[in-house]
Design a protein. Structure first.
Length: 277
């Protein structure tokens, strides 16, 4: 595993055990259910930077069956654990790969829904272009792509695990993009179809609210705490949100060109996980 990547992630299980529910955890769950809402029987889903395969677990526990689910992550143990945990799901497979390298033929996956949730900020800003090209290669010509990542705000600072030495000579540095910086990079690779805030601070979105939004906020705040309000209001204010979910499509004329190599998936038997790419 490359030393210049940050490989930490949030643990829903730990949050449940501790009974500590933060807006970040709610945002994770709502992203997964957004895909579940859009999903159709027979979909081919690629989870680019799948971590603990929480998206697959949401599908499985909600009795939703994909045609195929492919989880890709750089962490050897994580992929082995995922393959073992979901060995009884015949339409799920897992691959160990560095998402900013090209030794795996991502074009073989041919997903119609391709997700990268909270991954870009972990691979180093200098790798954003190759990350996005590999991400795009996982989908067919008409695929829908879903990417979420924090929006850097210098007034707040970056999360501790998003500030690290990515090995590009800058030393310890922030690996988050601000909203408009990321928008410009995404436009180089995709058409932006839509975007939603996933959580936002009141100080950022309240000045932007119109009359009906103010009334909505007032009524909902009577019941929901500030963590939930951060998630409920955020989709209406993606530019002001602390985190945004981007909905993307290939640009017109950007036709997928498959390679000839075929990847080998992870055997669900943990004893065979040495046969990795």
């Amino acid at each position: 595993m490359a030393k210049n990547y940050n490989t930490t992630d949030l643990s829903p299980d730990q949050a449940m055990e501790r009974h500590i529910y933060h807006r970040d955890q709610f945002a994770h769950y709502l992203r997964w259910t957004h895909i579940l809402k859009d999903a159709k029987i027979g979909d081919d889903v690629v989870d680019f930077g799948c971590g603990q395969a929480n998206l697959l677990e949401v599908f499985y526990r909600n009795k939703f069956k994909c045609n195929s689910y492919v989880g890709i992550d750089i962490r050897h143990k994580t992929i082995a654990d995922d393959a073992a945990k979901f060995a009884s799901v015949p339409w799920a497979s897992f691959y160990e790969a560095d998402l900013v390298k090209n030794y795996l033929d991502y074009s073989q996956f041919n997903g119609n829904k391709v997700c990268a949730f909270e991954v870009l900020e972990h691979v180093g800003k200098q790798n954003a272009d190759v990350f996005l090209e590999n991400f795009k290669a996982c989908g067919r010509d008409d695929a829908t792509y879903y990417l979420s990542t924090p929006n850097y705000d210098p007034r707040v600072g970056a999360a501790g695990n998003h500030t690290y030495d990515s090995g590009d000579g800058r030393g310890v540095d922030v690996q988050e993009f601000d909203h408009y910086e990321l928008e410009a990079i995404l436009k180089k690779h995709f058409d932006i179809v839509d975007k939603f805030g996933t959580f936002a601070s009141q100080k950022d979105y309240k000045p932007l609210m119109n009359d009906w939004q103010k009334q909505m906020f007032k009524e909902l705040s009577r019941y929901y705490d500030s963590n939930l309000m951060a998630n409920i209001m955020a989709p209406m204010f993606p530019d002001a949100a602390r985190n945004t979910l981007w909905i993307l499509k290939r640009k017109p004329g950007d036709i997928k060109v498959p390679k000839n190599s075929k990847p080998a998936s992870i055997d669900p038997n943990p004893g065979n996980v040495d046969d990795l790419l």
